[in-house]
Design a protein around this ligand. Structure first.
Ligand SMILES: Cc1cc2nc3c(=O)[nH]c(=O)nc-3n(C[C@H](O)[C@H](O)[C@H](O)COP(=O)(O)OP(=O)(O)OC[C@H]3O[C@@H](n4cnc5c(N)ncnc54)[C@H](O)[C@@H]3O)c2cc1C
Length: 419
């Protein structure tokens, strides 16, 4: 019997994880990637695997705060104003979704997909790949009483969702992380979270896919998708035409124009973030990853180094780096960690950046198009693509195979903004 064939557009975590599950289910898988499977948003991120992220990105607070941040060139959030109809449509929808009723409604589905993903990483992937996964929790560290109040409120929401979360005062934080100094008044300790090394994950996954017989084809930019009736019949790249029984669109921040070719409205913009690595300073080790609440920066211990990262900058996908934002991260790090007074000139040469694919509420699009029977979409994960990567691949494979999905995914449907 001939094998079913699937083409996956995009070789980030969403595409490769989908490839993994589909290959294991016996499908013949080809992944088309415009780059070379060596870099991109899935490689240099903070590596949090965080069921604790049960609050969607579009919150009433971020909409208010975002306007103030836009006037500050080192701030962690920025939307470059421009006359671009896709960006304007995205912005209008973002403001519509930044409402408390959506935050409340989306907590349970975000928790469920987060826990599913974490379970897959811990119980399945870890047995097959080494990506330095650790379940040590994640810290949300704050300096002001106002931030403590807000964090306590969000932590309570997580406790009500059944997640293992503890509030720490300054002594509690210093007791848990005794090897570095903290300029903070406390933290939320999300014991439910884990973290991993994203580059090791992506490289290990590629090795595994090659063993499973998956074709990973670099430097193949998909330029056209041809539809006949309610089926995709061909996928065109600059120099090839591919045919398959099913197609998965997982092109990250570049997904929107490809979906538009199929008359699908899939609002996604690229939210650029930056990261850099520094060696552990004079033994001042930090054992858990976390977020600096007022500084909006992330830190992750990766072997003998620390990765710092952050910012959400919505600009054109070919815009030059905005290095002032990296200076903003360095400033935040220095304010929270007296032991880490970093010098921009020393890290400048190794700054990494990547575009998070941001849907209009920051929650993923995982679903089938009602108009095209053999297309599955997996993008829009914003700051959660790695965390939800394992679950995304599993759910995509279930949708492609036409079997019941492991969890209810109606909240992630691709048509949720067409009302
Ligand atoms: C600073 C920073 C920190 C982050 N920290 C975390 C974290 O701690 N935890 C977490 O879960 N997430 C985190 N993220 C977000 C996470 O990195 C992304 O959500 C995730 O990588 C998105 O994966 P993806 O596969 O959907 O998209 P991508 O990784 O962008 O992959 C899409 C791929 O499609 C390819 N492509 C695009 N167009 C075409 C085309 N026409 N033809 C062929 N190929 C195409 C692209 O080249 C790309 O390789 C962070 C991001 C940043 C920037």
């Amino acid at each position: 019997m001939s094998q079913n064939k699937v083409i996956i557009i995009g070789g980030g975590i969403s595409g490769l994880s989908s490839a993994r599950y589909l290959a294991k289910a016996g499908w013949q898988v080809t992944v088309l990637e415009k780059g070379d499977f060596k870099d991109g948003c899935s490689y240099g991120n903070a590596g949090f695997v965080c069921p604790s992220h049960y609050v969607q990105l579009a919150t009433p607070g971020i909409a208010r705060q975002g306007l103030k941040w836009m006037l500050n060139h080192t701030s962690p959030f920025y939307i470059q104003p421009r006359l671009d109809s896709a960006l304007i449509r995205w912005g209008i929808q973002f403001l519509k979704r930044a409402k408390q009723k959506y935050v409340n409604h989306n907590g349970v589905p975000l928790r469920d997909i987060g826990l599913l993903s974490q379970r897959e990483y811990e119980e399945v992937w870890q047995k097959e790949l080494n990506f330095d996964y650790q379940h040590k929790g994640m810290l949300e560290v704050f300096q002001s009483t106002a931030a403590r109040k807000e964090c306590t409120h969000i932590a309570k929401m997580g406790q009500d969702l059944g997640l293992d979360i503890e509030m720490l005062d300054k002594e509690g934080l210093e007791h848990l992380e005794p090897d570095t100094k903290w300029n903070a008044i406390g933290a939320v300790y999300y014991k439910c979270d884990g973290h991993l090394n994203p580059r090791k994950l992506m490289e290990g996954l590629q090795d595994q896919l090659s063993t499973l017989g998956v074709q990973l084809i670099p430097r193949q930019t998909v330029t056209g998708i041809k539809k006949e009736g309610n089926l995709i019949s061909e996928v065109h790249t600059d120099n090839q035409i591919y045919k398959a029984d099913a197609v998965v669109l997982a092109a990250g921040s570049w997904s929107e124009p490809l979906a538009r070719q199929l008359s699908l409205n899939l609002p996604v913009v690229g939210g650029r973030g930056y990261s850099f690595m520094v060696p552990v300073s004079n033994g001042h080790r930090i054992h858990r990853p976390g977020l600096l609440v007022e500084g909006r920066a992330a830190f992750t211990p990766l072997a003998d180094q620390l990765r710092f990262g952050g910012t959400m900058e919505i600009r054109k996908l070919d815009a030059p780096l905005a290095l002032n934002r990296v200076k903003g991260i360095i400033q935040a790090v220095g304010q929270f960690f007296p032991d880490y007074q970093l010098d921009f000139n020393q890290i400048q040469h190794q700054i990494w950046s990547g575009f998070r694919p941001v849907s209009v509420d920051g929650m993923p699009y995982i679903g089938k198009s009602p108009k095209i029977d053999n297309l599955v979409i997996a993008t829009g994960h914003a700051q959660l693509g790695i965390s939800l990567g394992a679950a995304t691949g599993l759910l995509v494979s279930e949708l492609v195979r036409g079997v019941q999905t492991s969890i209810n995914i109606s909240t992630f449907g691709i048509n949720r903004f067409n009302n």
